[in-house]
Design a protein around this ligand. Structure first.
Ligand code: FAD
Length: 477
């Protein structure tokens, strides 16, 4: 007889592994199937995020920022280092060590919570009574298991540039971009989204000449316009990225040692750029192909997302889907929260996720983070709002850090004062945004933040001043 579980999760990324742990905590017999392997051929849990996404990118961003500090920022502190050099191999090994520490950690958490980890490719087959049959395939080894509930958490993979295959030697996706053994002299990046900008920043700081080509006319269109404008200015002027917006990519010729990209620039002029490496970062597509047999009756939309309702229920009974494979932002924390919520729904609980207060972060320098509505969205929706904005320029802590670029902007309802959005560009924006998320989740007004004591000197004082600014009473500008 096939092995039976209450819950089987397909995919062990931040959506799937968290769902599996929560389901096991709730007393369900749980298995998690994932096909990702490490160099030794063993399971490498954690999905895109831990293996080739969030974590390795942040490790390299930190290492490369240290190089940048030593080369360009420490002199202002009176610190100079003669003959500064860095060893890329050590930097990559440090990144790999962090990854394996975390992926192994999930194996430990699975054991602790009694989650069965199955290595292989999972596929939803058909329903047998009240049980789902699931195939687990690892090479020639094929097993079939059964589950009462199935959670699909298969994530996403990089979108391909039509006609240009990724070989991760010359043309790279995120996997190749995170493991280049040498710093390329000329690096091209197609796509000025979060991944393109983070990867471009890493390699620019390490010495590459980086050109970013983006089809959209508007830089960081999802961000608040004022933040996007400031980010464009700082990333081009200070980080030194050459960012070309509104381009139309033509032929990409991959040679033996270089890549020639023909494109039409925003003025309509034909251009050609030659690169030693090319990163393609034009978005990600959901992994929904081949996860279910036709008999499962799973509905997939025209963009490849598994169709779910607000609670992550699919069109098939007792089949749930979470994370990048369903609608909504492709963010690890969104995937994890959906995983927890689904496990709790299976247990009959009534969990809650507020999609309106999911924070967004871009880990460039300066960092960009936001939650809630942008000013352009409020204008388009005709919502009356007031705003407070405070620059980091005169902020004591920011000056002491030597990182006093950027600002905090708070948007509040003009009628009720309830905070509708907070937008930050500046040091540690990724950490500072948490205060705004909590405030919005609790339905706080700008006056609430204005009346909270913020430590001095701290970066959070900019949030305090922005809140005071909603009522026209900033103290330091
Ligand atoms: P995934 O993490 O993609 O995991 C899915 C897993 O399922 C994978 O292990 C895959 O191998 C496995 N799988 C797929 N199909 C099957 C199958 N049929 N059978 C078995 N296993 C299968 N997000 C953030 O929030 N913050 C960041 O800083 C951030 N940085 C990023 C940087 C980069 C370079 C990239 C590429 C992404 C980044 N993201 C970031 C996005 C984040 O990685 C994703 O949103 C997140 O990983 C989605 O989680 P998931 O569980 O839905 O899917």
């Amino acid at each position: 007889m096939s092995k039976q579980f209450d819950v089987v999760v397909i995919g062990g990324g931040p959506g799937g592994y968290v769902a599996a742990i929560r389901a096991a905590q709730l007393g369900f017999s749980t298995a998690c199937i994932d096909e990702m392997k490490n160099a030794e051929g063993k399971a490498s849990l954690g999905g895109t995020c831990l293996n080739v996404g969030c974590i390795p990118s942040k490790a390299l961003l930190e290492s490369s920022e240290n190089v940048e500090r030593l080369q360009h920022k420490f002199a202002a502190h009176g610190i100079t280092v003669e003959g500064m050099k860095f060893d890329l191999a050590t930097m990559l090994a440090r990144k790999d060590k962090i990854v394996s520490q975390l992926t192994n950690g999930i194996g430990f958490l699975f054991k602790k919570n009694k989650v069965t980890s199955l290595l292989g490719r999972g596929k939803l087959l058909a329903r047998n009574g009240d049980k789902w049959q699931i195939e687990v395939r690892d090479g020639a080894t094929v097993d079939t298991i059964e589950a009462t509930h199935v959670i699909l958490a298969t994530g996403s993979t990089p979108r391909q540039l039509p006609g240009t295959a990724v070989d991760n030697k010359l043309v790279l996706d995120n996997v190749g971009a995170l493991s280049m053994p040498e710093v390329p002299k000329r690096l091209g990046v197609i796509g000025a989204g979060v991944i393109g900008l983070e990867m471009g920043s890493v390699w620019k700081r390490l010495g590459a000449e980086v050109t970013v080509l983006e089809a959209m006319p508007t830089f960081l269109a999802a961000a608040d316009e004022a933040v996007a404008k400031e980010a464009f200015k700082l990333l081009t002027r200070e980080t030194g990225l050459a960012i070309h917006m509104g381009v139309k990519i033509g032929e990409v010729k991959v040679g033996k040692k270089d890549i020639k990209v023909a494109y039409t620039d925003a003025e309509g002029k034909a251009q050609t750029a030659t690169f030693d490496k090319l990163i393609v970062a034009i978005g990600r597509v959901p992994n929904s192909k081949d996860i279910a047999a036709e008999a499962a009756g799973l509905q997939i939309d025209e963009r490849g997302f598994v169709v779910v309702d607000h609670d992550c229920r699919t069109s098939a009974p007792n089949v749930w889907a979470i994370g990048d494979v369903v609608r909504g932002p492709m963010l690890a924390h969104k995937a994890s929260e959906e995983g927890v919520a689904v496990a709790e729904r299976i247990a009959g609980q009534k969990p809650h996720i507020d999609f309106a207060t999911i924070p967004w972060v871009i880990y460039t320098n300066p960092e960009v983070a936001w939650v809630g509505k942008t000013e352009q969205q409020l204008k388009a929706e005709g919502v009356p709002y007031k705003k407070g904005q405070f620059s980091n320029v005169p902020l004591g802590r920011a000056l002491a850090l030597g990182e006093n670029k950027g600002f905090v902007k708070m948007l509040a309802d003009a009628r009720t004062d309830r905070i509708l959005g907070v937008h930050i560009i500046g040091p540690f924006a990724s950490e500072l945004i948490a205060e705004a998320v909590v405030a919005m989740e609790f339905g706080a007004s700008s006056e609430d933040i204005a009346r909270i004591v913020h430590a001095h000197p701290s970066l959070s004082e900019a949030m305090h001043e922005a809140a005071l600014g909603c009522d026209g009473r900033t103290l330091h500008s």
